[in-house]
Design a protein around this ligand. Structure first.
Ligand code: ATP
Ligand code: MG
Length: 259
């Protein structure tokens, strides 16, 4: 049996009296896309922030490559290979694609004390990595603010992959995108998975999840309702689990149709 890159076991997270997570288990295998679904306020962001070292769990265990791990901060998680792309924090719009790609980690050239940033190489690598993800830039100096939403997500994803992510967490990467941009991001997720990286794809859109997911876990008010493999669960069943089943059935009967 393969060992998960990351395994979260019975994770609880309390914020004072608020119980955001009450016993969530979840794992990510190399090269899989594991979708985490749930309605607003279900606890998705809280859960992945625990995985990414932003929050310490109130209770529960976390393992990386089969060994118990404790992250004191996001930097610890990053050095264990867990990278997160948050919807809003992904990029700086006024800076170029290339500068956003490197974010202060630009390659240098020359011998100390004459070392300078190797802009040529930085630009070439950034262009090349973006093109591997299926996005061909006109020029590396293009400001990120002029890219489409999907392309911006791709800059952040390409950066995480280049810097050695083993697990890539994407928090609602498609929620603000139109149909074509969504398709681009889903294709990027597929590329990342093919490199053997584990992807955690958070969404509340069942169709987006079904398009790329290998496994699906549904969160509902801080609890998991189980994990299903691709092919073993239908879109309707997932949708129903997300809504909590009963509520959707009620809504359907009052609207006299299918929601
Ligand atoms: N720092 C915090 N302090 C107190 N309560 C919090 C904190 N962070 C999250 N919560 C609460 O935990 C619950 C889960 O929130 P979370 O943001 O994880 O949901 P979500 O599934 O990501 O929702 P959305 O789809 O809206 O992004 C909510 O009730 C929220 O108010
Ligand atoms: Mg959220």
């Amino acid at each position: 049996m393969a060992v998960p890159i990351v395994e979260m076991i019975d994770i609880q997270k309390h914020f004072g009296h608020i119980i955001a997570l009450s016993g969530v288990s979840f794992s990510v295998m190399p090269g899989e896309c594991h979708c985490l679904l749930g309605d607003n306020g279900a606890g998705k962001s809280t859960f992945i922030k625990t995985m990414a070292g932003v929050h310490a769990p109130t209770h529960g265990e976390m393992k990386v490559n089969g060994e118990t791990a404790h992250f004191a901060n996001p930097r610890d998680a990053m050095s264990a290979g867990i990278a997160t792309v948050y919807q809003d924090l992904a990029v700086i719009p006024l800076m170029s694609v290339s500068r956003n790609f490197w974010m202060g980690r630009e390659p240098e050239r020359g011998v100390w004390p004459f070392r300078t940033i190797d802009f040529k190489m930085a630009d070439r690598v950034a262009m090349q990595e973006m093109s591997h993800m299926g996005i061909n830039l006109r020029e590396p100096e293009q400001a990120v603010g002029t890219l489409s939403g999907g392309e911006r997500q791709t800059v952040a994803i390409a950066r995480a992959v280049y810097f050695g992510a083993k697990v890539l967490i994407l928090d609602e990467p498609t929620s603000a995108l139109g149909v074509r941009q969504t398709a681009n991001v889903l294709a990027t997720i597929d590329q990342v998975r093919k490199k053997g990286i584990g992807v955690v794809f958070i969404t509340h859109n069942v169709r987006h999840a079904m398009a790329v997911g290998d496994r699906f876990t549904v969160l509902n008010r801080g609890k998991t309702l189980g994990t299903a493999d691709r092919g073993k669960i239908s879109a309707d069943e997932l949708q129903n689990l997300m809504a909590g089943g009963q509520e959707l059935a009620q809504l359907e009967s009052s609207l006299g149709g299918t929601v």
